[in-house]
Design a protein around this ligand. Structure first.
Ligand SMILES: [Zn+2]
Length: 445
């Protein structure tokens, strides 16, 4: 299996280079990941495929804003990799703009595609920044199936994830170039695991660990105000960086595929490969980090448009210049929102809630999941006025559970979930200064 992988990688990299620039290539790690999974972990690939097909099914189109908690792990060896807080905050702002179609460059989208542009309505709440100094160097090794595993474990020189089901973990580090026999074959800018519907990933020996779920980004392409740079292979200058690589990778994390259907580097460059989204026109391969609006790699009649239309180089899931990317389509938005309300629903927070990690009065809910009676327990250092509310995923209140002064000490409030429709809820505890939120899952049977 590994020999096949190696041969394919080298051959297709050479093919890509031959078509485009001399030297090495720049790419997103999902192509390598997809290749490894398809060959080595068919059970996991089947889980990804099933989740994707499920997410494509049209659903009631509520437009509630969805809020996701994010933790950024800055894992650095050299000082320039220890990105300043201002760069992290800028990247969160770029995510919030691009996922709410508030980016200033939406007007650059060609008129043909304006009607299909979508607003994902997804908000990113920075819950924490973790900084880890390391001596390790991190690489994606397509020949040995190393998918940045060490980056995600403190004991191995990386940083342990915060609960992967409740937080979008973004690790930022220097991703080492892919080399073979001393020659640089390529540079991966980022990598994300797609969602699956399993409670846990299949326990295949060597399969990715669920604790590694999240997004990894090279430190040079994080934030639009990043002072570092990536040279374009072939000496044609530096890569344009506008914070769109994380936008692209988070798109993968929410279930999206590349617009050219991943025929690209590992598969045949043909126009039959699809990304499973109707309103992204067919493309036979990726853009080359440029802004070529004449690009029309598949001269076919697009059923959705009832015409032959050019490649959608403005899409975040292409490899065009970050200056030219400015949109997701409505079809892509549908998939991401379905994933966020399906297999990744644990990430959601009630709208408007700021979870400030480490600054809250902790409380516990047990049992959780609950079917009927459950207990809410907390411990107060002093007399405190506490308001408890039950919210749904849209942030709508199902009522105030309690609002009164509690004396210092341990407390238990017994509550009943038997009247609630099964699903995901939030219990919100407010004091004069703080808000804490815990998820409550209601299950029957
Ligand atoms: Zn990608």
């Amino acid at each position: 299996m590994k020999n096949t992988l190696l041969a394919l990688f080298v051959l297709s990299t050479l093919a890509l280079n031959a078509q485009t620039t001399p030297g090495s290539s720049i790419l997103c790690g999902n192509e390598i990941f997809s290749k490894i999974v398809r060959e080595q972990y068919p059970e996991l690939q089947a889980a990804f495929d099933a989740t994707f097909e499920e997410a494509r099914i049209p659903r009631a189109t509520d437009r509630n804003p969805l809020t996701v908690n994010v933790v950024v792990h800055v894992v650095w060896k050299n000082p320039e990799e220890n990105l300043d807080d201002s760069i992290v905050l800028d990247q969160i702002a770029v995510l919030n703009a691009d996922y709410n179609r508030l980016n200033a460059d939406t007007a650059n989208l060609r008129p043909l595609f304006q009607p299909v542009a979508g607003n994902a309505g997804i908000h990113f709440n920075l819950a924490g920044i973790v900084r880890v100094q390391t001596t390790k160097e991190f690489e994606i090794n397509p020949f040995g199936s190393n998918l940045l595993s060490e980056l995600k474990h403190s004991a191995q020189g990386g940083s342990d994830a915060w609960d992967n089901e409740q937080y979008l973990n973004i690790w930022v580090c220097k991703i080492q170039p892919i080399t073979f026999g001393g020659a640089v074959l390529g540079q991966i800018l980022g990598f994300a695991f797609p969602p699956n519907n399993l409670d846990n990933w299949p326990p295949n020996n060597g399969a990715p660990n669920p604790e590694e779920d999240g997004v990894a980004i090279d430190y040079r392409v994080f934030g639009s105000n990043n002072p570092n740079f990536v040279e374009i292979p072939g000496g044609t200058g530096n890569l344009m960086v506008r914070g769109r690589t994380p936008v692209h990778e988070v798109g993968h994390y929410f279930g999206l595929r590349h617009i050219w259907g991943d025929g690209g580097i590992f598969g045949p460059n043909d126009c039959d490969q699809t990304d499973g989204v109707d309103d992204t026109p067919y493309a036979n391969s990726q853009s080359q980090f440029d802004c070529d609006t004449t690009r029309n790699s598949c001269n076919n009649n697009e059923v959705f448009y009832n015409a032959d239309v050019p490649d959608l180089i403005e899409n975040f899931m292409d490899y065009s210049s970050e200056d030219c990317m400015n949109m997701f389509t409505q079809g892509q938005v549908e998939i991401m929102r379905n994933v966020l309300q399906g297999p990744r629903s644990g990430l959601l927070m009630p709208v408007g809630t700021q979870h400030i990690a480490g600054q809250n009065i902790d409380f516990t809910l047990s049992p959780n999941p609950a079917s009927d009676l459950f207990a809410l327990k907390f411990n107060l250092p002093e007399k405190t006025n506490i308001t408890l509310r039950l919210l749904n995923t849209a942030g709508q209140s199902h009522g105030t559970l309690s609002s009164e002064y509690y004396p210092a000490g341990a407390h238990q409030i017994n509550l009943d979930a038997s009247a609630l429709t099964p699903g995901l809820y939030f219990v919100e505890m407010r004091t004069e200064h703080e808000v804490n939120v815990q998820k409550l899952v209601v299950k029957r049977g």
